[in-house]
Design a protein around this ligand. Structure first.
Ligand SMILES: Cc1cn([C@H]2C[C@H](O)[C@@H](COP(=O)(O)OP(=O)(O)OP(=O)(O)O)O2)c(=O)[nH]c1=O
Length: 198
């Protein structure tokens, strides 16, 4: 089992996201949380999955010098990709309302990248889930924003909240990817990395 093999490694999750912490706990993997402040800025020319790939790697950069032999650092980033535009976290209420209005009655992609960094290598993988939103009224949108304040979420929504119950009619791909971590991909990539290393 992976949990056993991982006892020889030190998994460092560089994430402040409580949802990502919870996924690791549920997997039964021992891990340490280590946080550093990174400004999430990326080159404008990047499209689609290149954006979270870049940001997940950027979040690993400040750790490069301090990684020890048995360390595996995991960083991650989620974006909403809609009509050739990336939606990150909304800066304020107005931006949040605007984001949900553009997502309403349309489909978009949620892309999460995971970057694995050791002292010797770096590997980045990503997953995409297509999300189909119902048509939402202005009243429903402002109710959601004011009640749930989704300012820590890409695209200004959480599929795991009220809006996901009433506003999302279909998804294609991993649900957990939308919540912020394609757990199956994380698990399998980690397994592969450790097999390559033994
Ligand atoms: C679309 C969507 C996003 N999200 C979350 C997942 C991510 O945590 C967040 C996007 O921000 P990220 O920058 O990916 O992550 P984060 O700032 O929360 O954590 P860290 O960088 O420290 O790892 O949006 C949901 O929880 N539900 C959803 O439906």
């Amino acid at each position: 089992m992976l949990q056993e093999t991982l006892k020889n490694y030190n998994i460092i999750l560089a994430s402040g996201s409580p949802r990502r912490h919870q996924f690791f706990r549920e997997l039964g993997i021992d891990f340490e949380i280590r946080l550093k402040n990174v400004e999430e800025i990326y080159p404008e020319r990047l499209r689609g999955s290149d954006i979270p790939d870049y940001l997940a790697q950027l979040k690993a950069l400040p750790f490069r010098e301090e990684l020890q032999e048995k360390d595996i650092l995991i960083t991650s980033d989620t974006i909403v990709w809609h009509r050739e535009k990336a939606l990150g976290k909304p800066k304020n209420r107005e931006e949040a309302v605007e984001m949900i209005k553009t997502l309403s009655n349309d489909s978009h992609e949620v892309i999460t990248s995971i970057c694995f960094t050791t002292p010797h290598l770096q590997k980045t993988v990503n997953a995409t889930t297509k999300v189909f939103f119902n048509s939402l009224t202005n009243g429903e949108i402002t109710h959601y924003i004011d009640r749930f304040k989704p300012f820590d979420k890409a695209g200004a929504y959480g599929i795991q909240e009220w809006i996901g119950l009433v506003g999302i009619r279909k998804i294609e791909g991993s649900y957990f990817n939308v919540v912020g971590l394609p757990v199956h991909l994380m698990y399998n990539t980690l397994k592969g990395l450790i097999e390559e290393n033994t």
